[in-house]
Design a protein. Sequence first.
Length: 428
Amino acid sequence: MFGTNALLLPIAFVMVMAAFLLTKTTTEAFSPPGACHQHTPTKTTVLASGTESEASPSFLSDNDGVPPPLHESEYTQVLSTMSLSPIAKKLRGAYDNHFRDPRQPNGDRFAWDPWFVSAGDGRRTQGEEEDDDVDLLAPQQNKIDGEEDALSNQVQYSLKRIQTSLFFPEKHYNHLVDDLVSLANSIGLTAISPPWTSMYTDGDMQNFHTDATHGPMAFVLSLSKDGDFRGGETMIMKPEILDLWRNFETGRAMECGNIIRYIPPTPMGRCIAFDPRVPHGVSRMDGSNDPRKARVVVHGWFNEPETCWFGSWGDEDQRTDAAAYLDKVLQPLVETLGSGEIGRVVGYLAVRVEIDKDGCVDHVYAVCDTIQADMEDFRGVIGYDEAERPVMEDAVGDIRLNVYEAMKNLQFDDGDAGRALVVPFAFE
């Protein structure tokens, strides 16, 4: 692996670029710090996800056509794909075999953690521990008698879970990790957190929470069967609720469908990735206590952004030259984004650049876009147009436009058609 390291700039902008994944290692354990990388034997190609084909898991779909150019991109809260269906079916088969006969004792069944947490229970994260004296209701102007007790009694998490590596056969687990990392590569991420497998039976749920520190995108792979239960949807708060008072309409009433997105727990094999900064949860599962009729998912986080290269980029010297060229050309962009000239944004942007056989750029578009303006750095009116009308700052639009302008004129050496790269930008 070679290329530039992450750059820490004054606005806490991190850009990781020009890092080839030249080999697929055979690491069987999770790589520190808590990341899992692809570990299959070397294949015919040596780039991030090999040649892109129907067999390569990806959030891209040939049926979608070419997305709009980067400067026309919009915030995308959820990505979805069915490209992990083959491994999902194998995992579900192994799961069903494990629980096939409820009368046969199996010591492995005791490895499941019955995870039940009330809002007022147990230890919190380190950051929350430091603020243990802070009242959870402090932001409110007034309290109602009994409100703190009511909050403490709310169910935060109720489910059964196990580390995926401890439950499934090794060959299936390795296949799963390979597919998940390939899927991550399609959006400029190169590792996953150690995945969990969770089982939800009657009454299980997850209340709303966020988990933004684990990676730019969370993922959930469904191993659930249609018709076994009701509920169990992944719930994600809609962006307009997170920014409720902007363009607020006094006369407009809202119900749950206006406030929350409900992503169905089936079909089996669907994998979603979503912005983990957004409040999310799992709706109450209504059904059986039989694990054979449970909501079953594999979940975790995609992390470690690095530039991922797809297609044939020549021999090692040619790949080195391509990485060095990208590094050099994008350096002015890095300086611009780190200069403070553009208002601060937070989130993750992965930009796919498709290259033709002449080395010219065919398309530049976002494959993952969760960037949002930091309103604490909003600068309001930044100028006036020719008609003397005020021009308001649009930091997110400025970021997209600057990246697009830097990418659209890239010129690589002649080579095979079908080459592409995904360059990630993480704004923290």
